[in-house]
Design a protein around this ligand. Structure first.
Ligand code: GUN
Length: 263
């Protein structure tokens, strides 16, 4: 099943669940910037909410909002009964420390799964894991290589793969080329999330049966590019665009429904 088909099937499931709820769930989206990528993400999130029958409340604050004012705005959202969960769209303007913002969101409302005490996983690894399981990709005892060690993708992805009994290796900018090639050659699952267009290419050898999950999304004048070149000689490779981005969007609502179901 392609990712588009998978997302459509899961959305139909979510829509059905939402239609049977007594109260329509509500997600808050706080946005302080007007950068084109953020506008595109927010537009996608609003479109998904509408499709699923979920209320989305976009709150745009001025770009020069102080950190103190944003934190007190977040405090209000933490305490209100209107929003079941909310996100603060990143990146944030320079005067605001993103880490402080992540910690200010009540873990009980943290649909992004960014808070260290959140019981939810961040949307990208969560979306990827749901997809791998749905597709019955063998995980137990398989060699998974995660390229990149960010707090939002690499590290939680590694933890989730480990929880499924994969043999997990995390490689990063300090890994030697020689080691990288060796890990990739033996990998059954490769998750690449470093934001370097075309980083995985034919200079590496791959298992024919490997699955490549491409989290990268870089834009230039010719369009959007993943961290892997298209058409690598593996069993399955997620496309960019139309791949992991859709899974991330879906997982946001999977997290929201999890929050609502725990109430
Ligand atoms: N900016 C880019 N992706 C995301 C995301 O998943 N959540 C938030 N809050 N900001 C983002």
């Amino acid at each position: 099943m392609t990712i588009k088909e998978y997302v459509a099937a899961r959305k139909a499931e979510f829509k059905d669940v939402v239609s049977k709820m007594e109260k329509v769930p509500c997600i808050g989206i706080v946005q302080l910037n007007e950068d084109p990528a953020s506008n595109a993400y927010v537009k996608g999130k609003l479109k998904d909410a509408a499709e699923l029958g979920i209320k989305a409340d976009l709150m745009k604050l001025p770009i020069d909002t102080s950190e103190k004012d944003l934190l007190s705005f977040i405090d209000g959202l933490n305490k209100d009964d209107v929003h079941d969960g909310f996100i603060v769209q990143m990146p944030l303007p320079k005067q605001i420390d993103e880490e402080k913002v992540k910690l200010a969101v009540d873990p009980k409302k943290d649909v992004d799964g960014f808070h260290p005490l959140s019981s939810l996983f961040p949307c990208t690894p969560k979306g990827i894991m749901s997809y791998l399981k749905y597709e019955n990709v063998p995980l137990v005892g398989k060699n998974a290589v995660v390229i990149g060690r960010s707090n939002i993708v690499g590290k939680p992805m590694a933890r989730m793969l480990l929880a499924e009994s994969c043999n997990v290796t995390v490689v990063h900018s300090k890994t030697s080329n020689e080691d990288l090639a060796r890990y990739i050659e033996n990998a059954d699952i490769i998750v690449v999330a470093i934001g370097k267009p075309g980083f995985l290419d034919n200079r590496f050898k791959y298992k024919e049966s490997a699955v490549i999950v491409d989290v990268g999304i870089s834009r230039d004048e010719t369009g959007l590019h993943g961290d892997a070149i298209p058409g690598l000689p593996v069993a399955n490779q997620t496309p960019v665009p139309g791949g992991v981005g859709l899974l991330t969007r879906l997982a946001l609502y999977e997290n929201l429904l999890e929050i609502v179901s725990k109430k």
